[in-house]
Design a protein around this ligand. Structure first.
Ligand SMILES: [Zn+2]
Length: 157
């Protein structure tokens, strides 16, 4: 999975996948560059191994940052649904063909929480807390970016 056009067609997504990403946090560029290579990077503390997203300092060392303490590293790109909302009203015409759709908070296997768009070929209302989800890399050649969308590991129907 990954090619933008096929992901778009497969999940019935609108052309919003090609909207340029604006005002990206310079601290997060490594994350976005990783997505282009279909690698889901998180920050890891080199001292204790705790994972974070987004980039921050590790909270396990008395509030004293150490130089080079945090590193970006590939993660599993998998997790479980921690929370979800189903959007059923059209507030932006770009999404008119997609309602209802899910917005979820994923509890990643490594620990951090990640807010994202859920995609599914099934009924988004079937998504339950604790269901396993994984990243789907949605490439936009025209925009030059890759979006991290999350789909159920096992479709609901
Ligand atoms: Zn640490």
């Amino acid at each position: 999975m990954g090619d933008g056009l096929s992901v778009q067609a497969e999940y019935g997504l609108g052309d919003w996948i090609h909207e340029p990403l604006e005002d990206l946090d310079p601290d997060q560029i490594v994350f976005w560059d990783g997505l282009k290579d279909h690698v889901f990077k998180l920050c890891r503390c080199t001292a204790c191994g705790t994972w974070y997203w987004p980039l921050t300092l590790c909270r396990n060392h008395g509030g004293v940052p150490e130089p080079g303490q945090m590193e970006w590293a590939p993660s599993s790109g998998r997790g479980t649904i921690f929370a979800r909302v189903i959007v059923h009203q059209v507030t932006d015409p770009q999404f008119a063909g997609e309602v209802p759709y899910g917005l979820i908070v994923v509890e990643l296997e490594e620990g951090p929480l990640f807010v994202c768009r859920m995609i599914t070929k099934g009924d988004p209302y079937d998504a339950r807390i604790g269901d396993e989800v994984e990243v789907v890399y949605c490439d936009s050649d025209q925009a030059g970016h890759t979006l991290p969308l999350f789909a159920p590991v096992r479709e609901w129907n």
